[in-house]
Structure formats: structure tokens, C-alpha cells
Design a binder for this molecule. Structure first.
Ligand SMILES: NC(=O)C1=CN([C@@H]2O[C@H](COP(=O)(O)OP(=O)(O)OC[C@H]3O[C@@H](n4cnc5c(N)ncnc54)[C@H](O)[C@@H]3O)[C@@H](O)[C@H]2O)C=CC1
Ligand SMILES: O=C(O)C(=O)COP(=O)(O)O
Length: 525
């Protein structure tokens, strides 16, 4: 039967043509109301949207045949990813389609603001010739602060470096290597970045932590005469507070391309001549729109044909034969990824995933994706899929290797990961496939981890467990299971302890003070 695809927003014809040439039936229902879309969606296998079509759980409930949603662009914040995943619907985007256009638009806004181009042009159209009123400043030698050093932020850094700007930035998830490569001095806190910048540009996703990230306190902490640009997402700057600071002259100019509600025809900034406002023009180039159309057509087709979707932002379903081989290990691998990242405390530089015994011939990609997903799950957008795991890992500065060994020792199969200096291995136990940790930091143990665990490493000596037990008992934390591994050659022991009850920082400090610990980690799964 012919597969049906519904397109709900303008899409360059090239992508549509390629889908029809490949035998799909493509229908256009441009800018439908919520009700129109809900009553039309049932027969469709795929849905292609831009930013304005809201795909929420009630639409997905009506979408009985839907297998894949393609977002012709980067941002998927109009799609309820979790609801789609729960229903087994793949969500994919075209993450590289418009990032160059977005970075170039950012540069255009920076330059336009620095040289008063919109106001000067408007005055010329009114028949005036006012050179002295539009004295500008050079970008050269000025400090540009970039918040968010992902795809667009990185491209802006490269372009601003060519203008001779000093680059500083803030992005808790950007690796030091990436920052070094981009020539950006990274700061953990916003304060020093705000205090130094002559120009500030944001390239952040819209999340709970970035909405309103720039308000009155942040604007007050900036240099007098600062220039601000937001070509990312509306809502990152608090517009009312921003207008107050523009009115007071603290902010010399502001350029905004993206608004909290679009279309936007009125905002607190509309009255200011030194506020440059563009109607979400960042992606509006022939090149970006053409890429968005052709790339999304290719990914949607891959999804409909059961192939791996390279840009899936939620896990695409594994083909049954792959699932049979490795599916039960997905949960264990997510758990190990989370455990390793909690022990490490930062994003690893290198990650090795080794499949042993019965898994030796299996494709490691889905398990690598699961390890990364467990370890980097702070990314609200962009879950790892088997197809994108390596490339997303490298974006985060993680170099990935996979290996297989035939010998799994006393187990039928196992997976071992090494994230920088942290090693952890797991096997599955019984018909329920319960994950058991069989090695941690080189210590041989055998334990099924609970929601909260404490891991102690210390120089082995009698009485240690007693001291630990007493402190936890006093804190009303109950030890439910425990395993001890030793390294006799180093006289060291590692205790993996599952606990119930609250183990606060104060209790951890007491434990650290009471015995001579090499390490103590609290792990929450
Ligand atoms: N107007 C336009 O045409 C386009 C807009 N966008 C928007 O621009 C933004 C950036 O897009 P990409 O670079 O593709 O995304 P990305 O995901 O590659 O990069 C976002 C970066 O922000 C960082 N980040 C997340 N939370 C943060 C926080 N609280 N503080 C500091 N850094 C944080 C992440 O670590 C990541 O490095 C997104 O909001 C996207 O929606 C993207 C493409 C085109
Ligand atoms: O992809 C994005 O995030 C963009 O903002 C690009 O614009 P669009 O939403 O595709 O019109």
C-alpha cells in the first residue's frame, strides 16, 4: 500500500518531489488549525512540520498510523518528544540545514547594530544625509561573549574570530578542547562573562534553565554600552526588563530575530530605534530552506523504510533481529553510562565500549548510544540513536571506540565501558535480565544496583564497615545489600552498598572524616 506523508508548513518543492518520485503520496495541509490537523492525521505514516505545527500527545493519539515526524529545520521544541517516543514514533530533524544561515544572520545583526545600518538606511529613505548621527564602532578588538557553543555558537565563534574579536563564552556542556579549538575562553559562571563583554550573542536552546536567563540582574551586570543579539529562541531575554535597560541607555543596541510567540507584531522593543527586529530571518535563505527540504525528505524516507534515521532525536526502534541480540542490555548500558558520569563528574574525553562473550558479534552502536544516553541525559533535545551516537559524541568532544572479545570469563556475556579512568562492567541475570555490576574501577564485585548506592574505596583494614554502618545507622539510612571487592596487591577494597533513606552531604562528610577514604561516591540511578 502507498505510504502517506502529510506536510503542514511551507517546504521547498525539491524535497516533496523526491518523496513523490520514490512512490509516496504527499498531501499538503498548510497551517491547519489544531482541530483540522487532528481530524486529518489518522491515515498518515509520516508528518513533516516546520516550527509552527504543535505536535502534542493529543495529536499523537489521533495519529494511529504515524511512524515518523520530520522537522524541516533544527529545533524540535514544538514536538512532544517523550510522547512520540512512548508511541514508538521517530522524531528527526535536519540539524545542519540552517546553522550556517543562522550564524551569518547573527554576524549581520552584530555588524548592523555596531554600524547603525537600519537607522541610517531609514534616514536615507526619508531624504536625509546624517553621517555624524551614526558614528559606529568596530568589531575588531572587542570582546564578544557567546552563550551556547553548540553548532551555531561554534560557527559564530569562527566568524567573529576572523573579525579579530576576543571570544569568551559560557556553556557548561562545552568541552575545554572544543573551546580551545574555537579560541573561546570559557567561564563556568555567567558573571565574569557579563562583566567583560562588549557584544553578547546567545545560541541556546529554549529550556527551563534558559527561559528568562537574561533578566534585570543580568542586564545590570553588563558593561555600559553593550550590544545584545538573540537569533536563537524567544524568551531567553526578558523583553520587559530589556526594554527598561534600552530606554535607560545602558544597552546601546539590541538585535532580536526570534520571539517567544510568533508571528510577533508588537513587543516592548518595537518603540526603540536602536532595537533591530527581524522576523525570524536566520533560516530564511534559499540554501538553508533547500537543505531543510531535501534532508528531511531523505530522513523521513529512511524511517518509513525501516532504516536507521541518522538524525533521529529519540531512539529509533531497533530492527527485531538486532533487538533480540542486544535489546536486554540497553537498560544496563544506560545505567553504566549514568554511573560512570556520576563517578567522573564531567563529560569524559574518551569512551570505550567492549562487548564480550555472546555479544561479541553484535552491532555495538545501539549499546554505545545507550551508554551515551545514560551519561549525557541532561540534553533535553537530542537523545542518542544508534545512527547518530558517534557523531553526537564527537560534538561533545568524546572520542569513542568499540571492541569485542570472545571470552566473557565466568559469564555468558557482558558489556564493559571505560570512560576516561572510570571502568564499569555489567552482565544480565536470570529470566528478568536484571543488570548486575560485575566490575567497578577494576574491582571484581557482583551486585544489582539499587536507586541509591554508596561506593567506598579505601585502604583495607578491619573495622571499616562497622564505622560506615554506625554512621549510616545514626542517619537512619538502611543498608539493603552490599558487596566488597578487593585488590590485595594494593591493599585496597571497594564496597558497593545499596541504601534506603536520605544520605545527605553532611552524612557523606561524616563518612569522609571517619575513615581514611580514597574515594566515596553517591550514585543515584
Ligand atoms: N533562528 C534560526 O534560524 C535557528 C535557531 N536555532 C536556535 O539556536 C539555538 C542553538 O542551536 P544549535 O547551535 O543548533 O544547538 P546546539 O544544541 O548545537 O547548541 C546549543 C548549546 O547550548 C548549550 N547550552 C544548553 N543549555 C545551556 C545553558 N543553560 N547555559 C549555557 N549553555 C547551554 C549546549 O551545551 C549546546 O552546546 C537553539 O535554540 C536553536 O533552536 C538553531 C538553528 C537555526
Ligand atoms: O531550525 C530552527 O531552529 C529555526 O529556528 C529555523 O527556523 P525554522 O524554525 O526552521 O523556520
Amino acid at each position: 500500500m502507498t505510504k502517506k506523508i502529510l506536510v503542514t508548513e511551507d517546504l521547498v518543492q525539491e524535497g516533496i518531489d523526491s518523496l513523490t518520485e520514490h512512490g509516496y503520496e504527499v498531501d499538503m495541509l498548510i497551517d491547519p488549525t489544531v482541530e483540522e490537523l487532528a481530524s486529518a492525521i489518522a491515515p498518515y505514516d509520516a508528518l513533516i512540520v516546520h516550527p509552527n505545527t504543535v505536535v502534542d500527545s493529543s495529536l499523537l493519539d489521533a495519529a494511529e498510523n504515524l511512524k515518523i515526524i520530520g522537522r524541516a529545520g533544527v529545533t524540535v521544541d514544538n514536538i512532544d518528544i517523550e510522547a512520540a517516543s512512548e508511541r514508538g514514533v521517530i522524531v528527526c530533524n535536519a540539524p545542519n540545514s540552517n546553522v550556517i544561515s543562522a550564524a551569518e544572520h547573527t554576524m549581520a545583526l552584530l555588524l548592523a547594530a555596531a554600524r547603525h545600518i537600519p537607522e541610517a538606511s531609514a534616514s536615507m529613505h526619508e531624504g536625509q544625509w546624517r553621517r555624524a548621527d551614526f558614528m559606529g564602532s568596530e568589531l575588531f578588538g572587542k570582546t564578544l561573549a557567546i552563550f551556547g557553543l553548540g553548532r551555531v555558537g561554534g560557527l559564530v565563534a569562527e566568524r567573529a574570530a576572523a573579525f579579530g574579536m576576543n571570544l569568551i563564552g559560557h556553556d557548561p556542556y562545552c568541552s575545554p578542547e572544543r573551546a580551545l579549538h574555537l579560541g573561546v575562553t570559557l567561564y563556568d559562571d555567567m558573571a565574569p562573562v557579563l562583566a567583560q563583554a562588549d557584544f553578547i550573542t546567545v545560541h541556546l536552546p529554549r529550556t527551563v534553565s534558559t527561559l528568562g536567563m537574561f533578566g534585570a540582574d543580568e542586564f545590570a551586570a553588563m558593561k555600559d554600552g553593550v550590544v545584545l543579539v538573540n537569533a536563537a529562541r524567544g524568551g531567553i531575554f526578558n523583553m520587559d526588563a530589556l526594554a527598561d535597560f534600552v530606554a535607560a541607555g545602558k544597552i546601546a543596541a539590541v538585535a532580536v530575530d526570534s520571539f517567544e510567540a510568533e508571528p510577533c507584531t508588537d513587543s516592548p522593543l518595537h518603540e526603540f530605534e536602536n532595537a533591530i527586529l527581524t522576523p525570524h530571518l536566520s533560516p530564511m535563505t534559499h540554501e538553508a530552506q533547500r537543505r531543510a527540504s531535501t534532508q528531511i525528505a531523505e530522513y523521513v524516507e529512511a524511517g518509513l523504510e525501516g532504516g536507521m534515521v541518522a538524525t533521529a532525536v529519540n531512539l529509533s526502534p531497533l530492527p527485531p533481529e538486532v533487538f533480540d541480540a542486544i535489546g536486554p542490555y540497553v537498560h544496563a548500558c544506560k545505567m553504566m553510562g549514568s554511573m560512570a558520569s556520576q563517578i567522573l563528574g564531567h563529560t569524559p574525553k574518551s569512551l570505550k565500549v567492549e562487548l564480550a562473550g555472546g555479544l561479541a558479534d553484535a552491532d555495538p552502536a545501539p549499546l554505545l548510544a545507550a551508554v551515551l544516553d545514560g551519561g549525557l541525559s541532561y540534553r533535553r533535545l537530542g537523545a542518542f540513536s544508534a545512527a547518530n551516537a558517534e557523531s553526537v559524541a564527537s560534538q561533545h568532544g568524546i572520542s569513542v571506540t568499540t571492541a569485542s572479545v570472545r571470552d566473557a570469563g565466568e559469564y555468558a556475556s557482558s558489556v564493559r565501558i571505560v570512560a576516561d579512568e572510570v571502568e564499569v562492567a555489567a552482565t544480565l541475570f536470570g529470566t528478568e535480565h536484571t543488570p548486575r555490576i560485575i566490575s567497578l574501577m577494576g574491582y571484581k564485585i557482583d551486585i544489582a544496583p539499587a536507586t541509591t548506592s554508596l561506593v567506598f574505596e579505601y585502604v583495607d583494614a578491619p573495622g571499616r564497615i562497622g564505622v560506615i554502618g554506625t554512621i549510616l545507622g545514626d542517619a537512619a539510612a538502611n543498608i539493603t545489600t552490599m558487596q566488597i571487592g578487593t585488590k590485595p596487591e594494593e591493599s585496597c577494597a571497594l564496597v558497593y552498598m545499596n541504601v534506603e533513606g536520605d544520605v545527605s552531604e553532611a552524612v557523606l562528610d561524616r563518612l569522609r572524616g571517619a575513615i581514611d577514604l580514597r574515594n566515596l561516591w553517591k550514585i543515584t540511578l
